[in-house]
Write a protein that binds this ligand. Structure first.
Ligand code: GLU
Length: 497
C-alpha cells in the first residue's frame, strides 16, 4: 500500500499556522513512508471561499518550504483538486445514497426547522433534525421534487446504539448515535457539504491516512457511516491536538498572530517556523529543539505525538528563530535572506508610491520604512497620553479598532479607512482626534506615511499586534471592563447597521 495523506484547507481567510502545522505532520508521515502528500482545496462554501484566499494559502505553504505531490497548482492523477470543480461527482454519489435508502430529500423550510428547534429546546432536548422527511415515501419525495419544491439531502443515522470508531492516537472512541444529527449532505444549491465532499474525495483520491486537527473528531461517526453506506474502506484516522495560546485556550487571532503571513512579514525564517511547529506535540527522540525538516522526517513517528494541548508560544518561536539565524545560516545565506526580506523588488514595489511623494534623497527613505522593518514600535505611555485623549477613550478607540479590523474580510487601504471612520462615529470623536493614536500605535511616531497605507502594508496580524501593544501600554483593560465595553460596542454595531 502506498501511503497517501492530504491537507484540505478551505480558502476562507488568511493562511493559518494551524494549516502549516497539520500539513507538516501529513508531509512528514507521507515522506517517512515514501508516500505521497496531496493538497486539496475545499471550497464548497461558495459564499466564504475566495480565489485570493486560495492563492494566499498556497503561497504561504510554499513559503514554509513544504511541497505536495498533487494539488490544484501541480496537477496529478486524481484531480481536479478543487472541490468546486467536482460538483458532478458529488451529485452522482448523492443519488446513489438516495437510491439505496441511506439518504433522503428533506423539504423542511427554515421556518419549520426553527420551530422544531424551539420545541426541542423548550423540552430541554438537544436540538437535532427529528427525521420527519425520512418518512416520506419515495413517490411523494419524487413528486415534491418534480413540483419544484426546494430540498436538501440528509443522511440517515441509526436511531439507537453507539458508533465506535478508532483513532490512531486515542484508540476506540464511542459516541451514542443519539448525539449524531441527520447531517445535510447536499445543500439546496446542489453543492455538497464538507462531510459528503470530504469522504468522497478522500476515497477517490486514495487517501490512506486522514491526519487532521482534533476539532474534526465529532465528524468521524458521520464519515464512518458514509464509508459504510458507500461500501468503501475508511482511511485510518489520526486527530492531532489543537494548538493553544499560552493561557491554554484554542489558538486564536485575538491573542496570538495566527496568519503564516505574519511570520513571513515579521522576518521569521520558514525553517524556524516549521521546526517550531514540529515541536507541537512531538519531539525528537533525543529531545533536540533545533532540527531541519529532513531530520524531522528521518526521525518521525506519529505514534509519539502526545495529546496534551501544545502551546504555541511566540517568545519560544522567536528564540528558536534566533538560534537558526546564529547557527544555521552561512554568512552568504544570511545576507541573501536578509536582503530578500528587507529589500526585495516586491517590497519596494509595494512601498514605492509612498516613498516617491516623500523622499528627496534616498537617505530620507529609512525613516518612512522603519515601521515596516521593525518587529514592534518604540512607544511610551507618556507619548500616548500626550495625544490628549482620556484613558477610557484611548482604550475604547484601540479596542474598537481591534474588533473592527478583526472582522474585516479583505484587507486594503480602501477597506481599512471606513473602519477607522466607523470607530470615530461610534465614539463620537472626530478623525483628527483619533488619528494621532493610530499613527503612534502603528509607527511609533506622529509622522509616518498615511496610517491606512501603513496598516495595509503591515497586514492584519502585524497591525493587530501593534494595536494590542498600544492598548496594553495605555494601561490595558480588565476582563470586566472588556465585557462591559463589548456590550456597548455590540449596541453600536446594531445602531449603525
Ligand atoms: N476543509 C477542512 C478544513 O478546513 C478539512 C478538514 C479535514 O481535514 O477533514 O480544515
Amino acid at each position: 500500500m502506498t501511503v497517501r495523506t492530504r491537507i484540505a484547507p478551505s480558502p476562507t481567510g488568511e493562511p493559518h499556522v494551524g494549516t502549516a502545522y497539520i500539513s507538516l505532520f501529513n508531509y512528514a508521515f507521507a515522506a517517512e513512508h515514501s508516500g505521497q502528500f496531496v493538497l486539496r482545496i475545499e471550497d464548497t462554501d461558495q459564499k466564504r471561499s475566495t480565489a485570493r484566499s486560495e492563492k494566499a494559502i498556497l503561497d504561504a505553504l510554499r513559503w514554509t518550504g513544504l511541497s505536495w505531490d498533487e494539488g490544484p497548482d501541480v496537477g496529478g492523477d486524481y484531480g481536479p483538486y478543487r472541490q468546486s470543480e467536482r460538483a458532478e461527482i458529488y451529485q452522482t454519489h448523492c443519488e446513489t445514497l438516495i437510491n439505496s435508502g441511506h439518504a433522503f430529500r428533506c423539504f423542511c423550510s427554515a421556518k419549520e426547522l426553527d420551530a422544531m428547534r424551539a420545541e426541542q429546546m423548550a423540552a430541554k432536548q438537544t436540538p437535532r433534525y427529528d427525521g420527519r422527511c425520512s418518512r416520506l415515501s419515495a413517490a411523494e419525495a419524487d413528486a415534491r421534487k418534480a413540483r419544484g419544491e426546494e430540498f436538501v439531502v440528509r443522511m440517515r443515522v441509526p436511531a439507537d446504539g453507539d458508533c465506535v470508531f478508532s483513532d490512531r492516537l486515542r484508540g476506540d472512541i464511542r459516541i451514542p448515535w443519539s448525539e449524531v444529527d441527520m447531517q445535510v449532505l447536499m445543500k439546496a444549491d446542489g453543492l455538497p457539504t464538507y462531510h459528503l465532499a470530504n469522504v468522497i474525495d478522500d476515497h477517490l483520491m486514495r487517501i490512506t491516512h486522514v491526519i487532521r486537527g482534533e476539532e474534526w473528531l465529532p465528524s468521524a461517526p458521520k464519515h464512518q457511516l458514509l464509508y459504510q453506506y458507500f461500501g468503501w474502506d475508511m482511511p485510518e484516522l489520526c486527530h492531532l491536538p489543537l494548538l493553544r495560546n499560552p493561557d491554554q485556550s484554542k489558538l486564536s487571532k485575538r491573542k496570538n498572530p495566527t496568519s503564516i503571513l505574519f511570520y513571513r512579514d515579521q522576518g521569521y525564517l520558514p525553517e524556524a517556523l516549521l521546526n517550531y511547529l514540529g515541536r507541537m506535540g512531538w519531539s525528537m527522540p533525543d529531545q533536540r529543539e533545533h532540527f531541519t525538516l529532513s531530520e524531522m522526517v528521518e526521525a518521525f513517528d506519529i505514534d509519539r505525538v502526545s495529546l496534551g494541548g501544545p502551546i504555541f508560544d511566540l517568545e519560544k518561536l522567536t528564540w528558536l528563530n534566533g538560534q537558526w539565524l546564529q547557527k544555521s545560516l552561512s554568512d552568504s545565506d544570511y545576507i541573501e535572506r536578509l536582503m530578500s526580506w528587507m529589500c526585495s523588488r516586491g517590497f519596494f514595489e509595494s512601498v514605492l508610491p509612498h516613498l516617491k511623494s516623500r523622499v528627496d534623497v534616498f537617505s530620507d527613505a529609512g525613516q518612512w520604512l522603519a515601521p515596516l522593518w521593525s518587529r514592534d514600535v518604540k512607544l511610551s505611555a507618556d507619548t500616548l497620553e500626550a495625544t490628549g485623549l482620556e484613558q477610557d477613550t484611548l482604550t475604547s478607540v484601540l479596542q474598537y479598532l481591534i474588533w473592527r479590523l478583526e472582522a474585516l474580510g479583505s484587507w486594503s487601504r480602501e477597506t481599512i479607512e471606513p473602519e477607522v471612520r466607523w470607530v470615530c462615529d461610534a465614539l463620537d470623536l472626530n478623525l483628527r482626534e483619533v488619528m494621532p493614536v493610530i499613527f503612534l500605535a502603528l509607527s511609533g511616531s506622529r509622522h509616518s506615511m498615511s496610517v491606512f497605507d501603513l496598516a495595509a502594508l503591515l497586514g492584519p496580524d502585524r497591525t493587530r499586534v501593534r494595536l494590542r501593544s498600544a492598548l496594553e501600554l495605555s494601561g490595558g483593560i480588565s476582563k470586566k471592563a472588556l465585557k462591559r465595553l463589548e456590550k456597548v460596542y455590540q449596541d453600536a454595531i446594531t445602531t449603525s447597521s
